[in-house]
Design a protein around this ligand. Structure first.
Ligand code: PGA
Length: 253
């Protein structure tokens, strides 16, 4: 089976004490994970080392950054490089979250470069895609997301692409409490897999984990994750509550 992933995206939340507290609570979760399940916690940069320490003896728990520079090193004040992130113990990095695309004007060429940089240094990119409400209302979501996947990922070869995790996050469902139905998620995930199969081989497409994100909660996770092309979730708000996130982890296939 493909890797099933419960990924937490803390976004810009928590002070040091709050982060420490939440990590301690999360690390007390002793529910067993199966070999093809994993938990990825994407914390703000200042808490990477703290997270590494909290999960050091927890099998299946990985750490992620929420962004990275497209440059390797040098005079880029305020930026954080992939080698820095890796040296702090992270294995994953979120790339192209809609908040980065919208508020920080990150467009496909720079996102494609970030994906390459992450892979070059052995970090797994969690590449986000997803349409805004007006695009869905015009029934253009399939073409729109297809374009994001092509522009952000299709410079890779099959071996590179196989290492990427994709997160489909319809913008109208992020932080709004308005979740896509499990059918809408399944439809888009199958579409994304089809787009990859057309360009590469279906064996490549069938190996890639595709997560759903957008108002995933303990109460809807099991239904969404039960769909055949949904391999877990990228969870924002609900990942800041340890017990709720524990239940989301427990909803993985
Ligand atoms: P949400 O955020 O779960 O709060 O909707 C998801 C995300 O933006 O990754």
């Amino acid at each position: 089976m493909r890797q099933q992933i419960a990924a937490a995206n803390w976004k810009m939340n928590c002070t040091l004490d709050e982060a420490n507290n939440l990590l301690q609570q999360l690390s007390k979760n002793n529910d067993p994970l199966s070999g093809d399940q994993e938990v990825v916690i994407a914390v703000p940069f200042p808490f990477l080392l703290l997270a590494k320490d909290a999960f050091k003896s927890k099998t299946g728990y990985k750490i992620a950054a929420q962004n990275c520079s497209d440059h390797e090193a040098g005079a880029f004040t305020g930026e954080v490089s992939v080698p820095m992130i890796k040296s702090c113990g992270a294995t994953h990095v979120i790339i192209g979250h809609s908040e980065r695309r919208e508020y920080f004007h990150e467009e496909s060429p720079v996102l494609a470069q970030k994906v390459s940089m992450a892979l070059l240094h052995g970090l797994t990119p969690i590449f986000c895609c997803g349409e805004a409400l007006d695009i869905r209302e015009q029934h253009n979501q399939n073409e729109y997301v297809e374009r994001q996947i092509e522009d952000g990922l299709f410079h890779l070869d099959a071996a590179g692409l196989s290492k990427v995790v994709i997160a489909y996050e319809p913008i109208w469902a992020i932080g709004t409490g308005k979740t896509a139905t499990s059918e809408q998620a399944q439809e888009m995930h199958a579409h994304i897999r089809g787009v990859i199969a057309r360009k590469f081989e279906s064996s490549v497409a069938s190996r890639i984990s595709i997560l759903y994100g957008g108002s995933v909660k303990a109460s809807n996770a099991a239904e969404i994750f039960s769909k055949p092309d949904v391999d877990g979730g990228l969870v924002g708000g609900a990942s800041l509550k340890a017990e709720e996130f524990r239940q989301i982890i427990g909803s993985l296939k």
